[in-house]
Design a protein around this ligand. Structure first.
Ligand code: NAD
Length: 474
């Protein structure tokens, strides 16, 4: 069995306790990893703190050069990284419409490169006889990144790269379900970065709590569930840590009566089921106008029946297993609850016999708000399709949910769709697609889906503090 350790101050760090990493396609362990403790948090913070003065004062050019070298190294090691991600997460190497571990590694390279192109130059906001006022952006210090299991490498990259770009040092703690690609990435990056600039520790909630309450960590960037985000926020108050919280979503998609059902069907299916529904900004509640309800359901069911579900390492597989047993159990529970409360099963609905955490793409009709499957984030391959008749009512219903990550409007009338988009209480709205992100467009949630944004200049700003210097000339 392959062995993995933490990496602190440029050195591999093992531990007395270890844990097994399970391949969800087989339901069996395939690697063993050192299990970190609060003492390892201390060690990593000391290393990151020690590395901070030199890294933060290094020139922008040298940081950019190192980041580009890391992107190139990632590219050279792409096949190994893809294998690791598919084995620990379950997503196929290629996947439905190309959304798989190849895209995850490719996206990680692209994001790393793109992040080098953003900068936050100092601004002069006054320069006259009275005074000169300059506004500078400074790194915060030690940034801790805590990541989930659904896009383990890509989300780590989203956290790490803007932090490094702006001169911070970093400790990353991956999910214990999927630590391996992150550890391997940090090992590779440490062949380029000075020791202590980027460290990886592993661990459970005790390690998470030690990070959140640590007095010498300046910022936490967290992607994960809303419940964990709230716990982090409360402990982070001890030293007023800066926070970026990317939390759960329950994105509504609203299909207007004027769509060409055949034309949008594939994109709609992709929006709901890519990565097996385990993406924060997947479309999770689909509202369809009554005049085309039957047609939309039929088009989605047709695709669901054709999709190839299986072990992501096998050629031609489009959708893999659920990432872990708890998530599979949740999907089963929400499916059963929906069916017990009057939902009609159109396709799927049964766990696959045999090894692994497989559940086929499942679509449930004749369901409405007030059912758990609609109100809660399922984070898996079971989609509720809800019939509506009045568009103003459906916007109000979509907004009633406590989440506010994303939403989408599907229509051939772009002016109307844009007006409706502005009425959704979410951080992102897509028109005629759902969930697509890119390195230069800010992304983040409102309401209980989070605080702050990632990506682009606005995302970069979150890794800095503002210093205003005023020189009096009187
Ligand atoms: P999770 O909250 O259970 O775990 C996320 C991370 O937090 C893991 O590394 C975990 O070990 C760590 N953690 C656990 N307890 C902690 C504690 N007390 N203090 C600090 N860290 C702790 O989430 P998950 O199940 O891994 O991920 C699924 C959730 O993530 C879904 O709700 C999904 O919507 C959300 N998500 C959001 C986004 C976004 O950008 N908004 C992206 C991906 C996933």
């Amino acid at each position: 069995m392959q062995q993995f350790t933490m990496l602190i101050d440029g050195q591999k760090v093992s531990s007395e306790k270890t844990f097994k990493v399970i391949n969800p396609a087989l339901g069996k362990p395939f690697a063993e990893c050192a299990l970190g403790s609060p003492a390892d948090v201390d060690l990593a913070v000391k290393a990151a703190r020690k590395a901070f003065p030199q890294w933060s004062q290094s020139s922008e050019e040298s940081r950019i050069e190192k980041m580009l070298a890391i992107a190139a190294l990632l590219e050279q090691n792409m096949p190994e990284m893809m294998q690791l991600i598919t084995q620990e997460n379950g997503k196929p190497l290629n996947g439905f419409n190309g959304i798989g571990s190849g895209m995850e590694v490719g996206g990680s390279i692209a994001w790393t490169q793109a992040t080098t192109s953003f900068s936050l130059p100092s601004k002069i906001i006054q320069d006259n006889d009275e005074a000169k006022i300059e506004v500078h952006r400074k790194p915060l210090g030690v940034v801790a990144s805590i990541t989930p299991w659904n896009w383990p490498l890509l989300i780590a990259i989203w956290h790490i790269m803007p932090a490094l770009r702006t001169g911070n040092t970093v400790i990353v703690k991956p999910s214990p379900y999927t630590p391996l690609a992150t550890i391997r990435f940090v090992e590779l990056a440490n062949t380029i970065l000075p020791p202590g600039v980027l460290n990886v520790i592993t661990g459970n909630a005790d390690v998470g709590n030690a990070i959140s309450s640590h007095p010498d960590i300046n910022k936490i960037v967290f992607t994960g569930s809303t419940a964990t985000g709230k716990q982090i926020m409360s402990l982070a108050s001890t030293n007023l840590k800066r926070l970026t919280l990317e939390l759960g979503g329950n994105d509504a998609g609203i299909v207007l009566p004027d769509v060409d059902v055949e034309k949008i069907a594939n994109e709609l299916f992709l929006s709901c089921f890519h990565n097996n529904g385990q993406t924060c900004a997947c479309l999770k509640r689909l509202y369809v106008h009554e005049s085309i309800y039957a047609d939309v359901c039929a088009a989605l069911v047709k695709i669901a029946k054709e999709v190839v579900v299986g072990n992501g390492l096998d050629e031609g597989v489009e959708i893999g297993p659920l990432q872990n047993k708890a998530q599979l159990d949740k999907v089963i529970e929400l499916t059963n609850d929906a069916l017990a409360n009057g939902g009609t099963l159109l396709v799927g609905g049964q766990v696959r016999e045999g090894d692994g955490y497989f559940f086929p793409p499942t679509i449930i009709a004749d369901i409405s708000d007030g059912t758990r499957l609609v109100d809660e984030e399922q984070f898996g391959p079971v989609l509720p399709v809800i019939k509506y008749s009045n568009v103003d009512d459906v916007i109000a219903i979509a907004n009633k949910n406590e989440c506010g990550l994303g939403g989408s409007i599907w229509s051939s009338d772009i002016a109307l769709a844009t007006t409706l988009a502005s009425k959704l209480e979410t951080g992102s709205v897509w028109i005629n697609e759902h969930g697509a992100v890119q390195p230069d467009a800010p992304f983040g949630g409102v309401k209980q889906s989070g605080i702050g944004v990632e990506f682009g200049l606005l995302g970069l700003e979150e890794y800095t503090s503002v210093q205003t210097i005023k020189t009096s000339r009187r």
